[in-house]
Design a protein around this ligand. Sequence first.
Ligand code: EPZ
Length: 420
Amino acid sequence: MDKFVVHQSRLSGQVKISGSKNTALPVMAATLLTDQICVISNVPDLKDIKTMIGILEGLGKKIKFSKNILTIKSKKNKNFIAPYKLVRTMRASFCCLGPLLAKLKKAKVALPGGCIIGPRPVDLHIKGLRNLGANIIIENGYCQAKTKKLKGAHIYLGGAFGSSVLATANVLMAAALAEGESIIEHAACEPEIECLALFLKKMGAKIEGEGTPILKVIGVKKLSGCEFKIIADRIEAGTFIAASLATKSPIIIKGANPSHLTSVIEVAKKIGASIKIGKDSTIFVKPAKRLKPVNITTLPYPGFPTDLQAQFMACLCLAKGISLITEKIYPDRFMHVAELNRMGASIQRNGPYAIIEGKEKLYGAEIMASDLRASAALVIASLAAKGKSQILRVYHIDRGYEKIRGKFGKLGAKIKREKQ
Ligand code: EPZ
């Protein structure tokens, strides 16, 4: 197991944003809907992508992955079981259920199990697929689904915390091959879902309303292969905006889509950053000398993303005053709080709320990463903190950030990777 050894650093220069992990994963699952070749580019080279490759190969795909391009072919013999040993390492594998069921009329996918960021049920996935006519039983930790024929339906996908990204993905992919028309109401509007819909349409699916809460799908008999480019990772871009703020360093972000970051840029400006969007969508971030406190509430898109809550909390630890964070998507997603407090931050957590009293400085310490986005927040806090920090269990960050140490290194950050 590795750790990062980080020293306080000022950043400067530019960083290029990779393709979006949370788009690539459902798009890869969607290739189960066809036997033809799919060529997908701008795919980030990450552990989670490798896990999805393993799952798809187990389901009868032949995959080549090089230079961020996936070439996905189908082998003769198909399999419809996604095993627990792979699914438990990555929840997103559960979105193979819809396409497998639609294509093979049967699917057996392990239930994802517990997650450190809080309860993550799959009731909406199952409800939506049942509405399409699937017969689903949960047995021995597996979700077993079968159908003679999926039929279009009117499906309401709203849950206790609003829309669900991967439930929308699962149901949308199944509806694409269902007979007749489906209306998916309270669908997720995330750019990741909009991009998945564009991929499905390139395969020949009939979909309207992507990016809005109402999706209309006219099922087709067959979907074909295609070539497709994955969008930029808005969460990675937001992570670098937070790093610029916390280290008080001006940086240039290349290759992101600013229109996917509206709520994030809004918050960064309130904290005191000057943000300019150049031609070709380059984002110029110039932080203020002293950060201002703000209140942040995480919400489904286009609200402020929960996947940037920890990174912006790290910034607010250095703001002049009191900030309040309300976590409305995963009320328990605060594993990073204790670690930031070990660095001299003053954060009190109460249920879904965190009250941050800003400090002049943070101090380097030995800290532990607990999940993907919390580990990014600890890297940001360590770059801003006085002295040296050691971040243990950095395998979490490898799951979702491509070459992050290299990218920060190019910006002048002092981060070394060492055996723990
Ligand atoms: C996606 O997870 C992302 N993962 C998550 O990013 C992200 O945090 C999340 O969306 C919210 O934006 C991928 O895209 C691979 P949800 P997903 O279903 O789809 C509740 C990262 O760091 N819910 O939108 O699994 C759920 O408990 C990861 O990259 C139900 O109640 O999240 C949560 O409170 C972490 N029943 C809320 O909805 C369901 O059936 C939103 O979850 C499904 C979800």
